[in-house]
Design a protein. Structure first.
Length: 246
């Protein structure tokens, strides 16, 4: 179990969540390694690519994004039968850490449905104990073979961090927004003075820094080294809808 899943009340809650991953399979959905096939909805329905490792999981995500870009989204079964099936057992095939930006709806971007993805979101993919723990939960407890960190074009959190650093202020806002600035500041400082668009450069640098920190996790790092987990950085273009793997 994760070291961060402490005993007591918190541990009981998380254990209860993990138990959802292994109950009996219902007839409404056929289980496959790393994912759940939705019931077919008609003669034109085709099952999604079966996933057994990180490379296949990434291929399925990129295929889904290609459909999204081309406006050829599949008629995913998100009706009652599918909802009942995943209520009994979940078998997501990828964990995605993305931004809270409302223009980046993860499941839509990758054309995936109920029970397919573990989605963790924070402003600018900023890491804290809760975010990191949620990512660890996806890859360790739900056994997703792929972890993708998804940055995006014109990220508002990183733009705000640039402005805060340029004006030599931590943040003008109350609450915990200053934490976001502190978390994203290393990426901004890393690209300051470099050629190219500063914000775009900061988004890419931040994805790399987040991946580096996740690799320091005592559970994520060993899984990647053993070949059981694939870590990938990616960039989402708001203008085109396209995801590019870095």
């Amino acid at each position: 179990m994760l070291g961060l899943l402490a005993a007591g009340a918190t541990g009981a809650v998380l254990t209860g969540c993990a138990d959802d991953a292994s109950p009996e399979v219902t007839p409404a959905a056929e289980q496959i390694p790393g994912g759940t096939l939705p019931p077919t909805t008609g003669p034109t329905s085709s099952p999604p690519l079966a996933v057994v490792d990180g490379n296949q999981a990434l291929r399925r995500l990129l295929d889904g994004n290609a459909r999204f870009v081309a406006e050829r989204d599949e008629d995913l079964d998100e009706g009652i039968a599918r909802r009942v099936a995943v209520s009994k057992a979940q078998h997501p095939f990828a964990t995605v850490l993305g931004c809270v930006d409302s223009r980046v709806p993860i499941e839509l971007v990758f054309d995936e449905g109920l029970g397919d993805l573990v989605v963790v979101r924070s402003a600018g993919e900023a890491l804290d104990h809760s975010v990191t723990g949620s990512v660890e939960f996806g890859v360790v407890e739900l056994h997703t073979p792929l972890l993708i960190v998804l940055g995006h074009q014109r990220c508002g959190a990183l733009d705000a961090t640039i402005k805060a650093l340029d004006s030599r202020r931590r943040t003008a806002e109350a609450g915990e927004l200053g934490y976001i600035v502190d978390a994203l500041a290393p990426a901004v400082r890393q690209v300051t003075g470099k050629p190219g668009d500063r914000l775009t450069n900061a988004v890419h640098a931040n994805v790399d820094l987040v991946l580096a920190k996740l690799r320091q996790s005592p559970v994520i790092g060993p899984l990647e080294k053993s070949g059981k987990l694939k870590l990938v950085g990616a960039y989402y273009e708001l203008d085109t809808g396209k995801v590019t793997v870095r």
